[in-house]
Write a new protein. Structure first.
Length: 96
């Protein structure tokens, strides 16, 4: 398993072998990543990014922001509207 020092949150990267980009190879890597992060797949939300040579996994533990200023339904309730990071943000793609 690989980790990125700059990412200050639980995550891991599993390198796929030449012939592992298939259902069995991805499932094996997925299970290894769950074990490495000590996650229970029935109790945690996950962000999983799969590329040709690697898989990236991080648990979704909570929102990174609560929106209280935009006039959206629910912005005035308790903490506001929870905002979660889009999984593509980890790959450098940003949705606006």
């Amino acid at each position: 398993m690989l980790m990125i020092d700059e990412f200050r949150f639980p995550h891991c990267i599993y390198q796929l072998g030449k012939n592992e980009l298939n259902m069995d190879g991805c499932k094996y890597g997925y299970d290894k990543m769950l074990q490495f992060l000590k996650l229970n797949k029935s109790r945690h939300g996950l962000t999983l990014v799969i590329a040709q040579e690697w898989m990236f996994m991080t648990p979704i533990t909570g929102p990174y922001h609560y929106e209280t200023h935009l006039p959206l339904p629910g912005h005035d309730l308790e903490n506001g509207i929870p905002v979660y990071l889009d999984g593509f943000a980890y790959t450098g793609l940003i949705n606006i």
